[in-house]
Design a protein around this ligand. Structure first.
Ligand SMILES: [Zn+2]
Length: 352
């Protein structure tokens, strides 16, 4: 028995991984209600309030055998297409007869972002749909959707995977996040989850909110409620490339194998690059952006990562890496405004 298997056997069967769903004959999320061994689709209905109502699609796979409840969510940012399409593919792939436990899949939260091709925000209320958790019912659409996802999805799951990627204006190389909550047992499981997900660059986030009532991010809403969870990103700038897509789909399947929700031995990424800090390079000028690095480039401190010109070609700002590290993403489009992100650089840290 490998170290991983021992940890899985010990931890998953102790205080984690045994949700309320364990003995449920039926599992319901929103209007999707599945009997054991069945799948169901439906919606989480966000009622109208100060602004419009929203129907968030949800699929439930209530496995033939009992086990943990895994929630997999994408599309908080509706133009991070690869993550959304990955969950469409997962919905078509999963078979409840083969699952031990229950899988909740929410492939697209931010529907207006997707339909109107608006990056970063929900165009209805101009809020990022991954910053307002745990949400509230007397707020705008994003607040209400966040509240209902907290109640219907987060509170009903044992583990959560939140999928993202480079948005329309972000050229991003794949990476995942491992949140260190300080709860050693929980962190050990989420660390094995992130290694099982398989992306070879992992950001250690130790500065995320600890208060479940001010969790802001979806993953932290689960983490601060004691549920080992991870975030993963792949895809960039409106593209849906096969390698990125497969990385996300296979990552989810492999985490399910680690949690013994699917049969087969999980593989883990052997020696990932652990990133201890992310440093943002912001533009000091508005104008036209020209990158001089690509996503995934390793840069030395002081190296030029791009420059900005005015609209007649005169260079107004040279962007340099303030630290040595890897370009996690670099702005993918020429549009640049003062204060906007030119690149995010990951500083390689020690193996945790
Ligand atoms: Zn995102």
């Amino acid at each position: 028995m490998s170290r991983l298997a021992i940890i899985a056997a010990f931890l998953c069967c102790s205080s984690f991984g045994l949700a309320a769903a364990q003995d449920r004959a039926r599992f319901t999320v929103g209007t999707a209600s599945a009997e054991r061994g069945q799948k169901a689709s439906g919606t989480i209905e966000v009622p109208a309030g100060v602004d419009a109502a929203l129907s968030i699609p949800v699929a439930v796979f209530h496995g033939a055998k009992p086990g943990p409840v895994m929630a997999i969510v994408a599309g908080s940012h509706g133009t991070e297409y690869t993550s959304i399409i990955a969950l469409e593919k997962l919905i078509a792939t999963l078979n409840p007869a083969e699952i031990s436990g229950t899988v909740i899949i929410v492939p697209l939260i931010n529907i207006q972002s997707f339909e109107q091709k608006v990056p970063h925000l929900n165009p209805v209320d101009k809020k990022s749909m991954n910053r307002w958790y745990p949400g509230k019912m007397d707020g705008t659409q994003t607040d209400r959707a966040s509240y209902l996802i907290t109640k219907q999805v987060v509170e009903q799951c044992d583990h959560l995977i939140d999928l993202h990627g480079g948005d329309l204006d972000e050229s991003l190389r794949p990476y995942s996040y491992w949140t260190k909550t300080g709860n050693e047992k929980q962190d050990q499981i989420s660390k094995e989850m992130v290694r099982a997900f398989g992306l070879d660059h992992i950001i250690i986030s130790a500065d995320r909110p600890r208060d479940p009532q001010a969790s802001r991010y979806l993953e932290n809403t689960a983490s601060t409620r004691g549920k080992p969870s991870i975030t993963a990103e792949a895809g960039y700038a409106g593209t849906v490339e096969t390698d990125d897509l497969n990385a996300l789909v296979n990552g989810c399947l492999n985490v399910m194998r680690y949690l013994k929700m699917l049969s087969g031995a999980p593989t883990v990424v052997e020696h990932p690059v652990w990133i201890e800090k992310v440093v943002t390079v912001a533009s000091e000028q508005t104008g036209i952006f020209y990158p001089t690095v690509k996503r995934g480039t390793y840069v030395e401190q002081g190296m030029k990562v791009g420059y900005v010109t005015d609209y007649l070609g005169k260079i107004s700002f040279e962007a340099r890496a303030p630290v040595a590290g890897i370009v996690l993403y670099v702005c993918a489009v020429p549009s640049m405004t003062k204060g906007a992100t030119i690149a995010n650089i990951g500083v390689v840290g020690r193996v945790p």
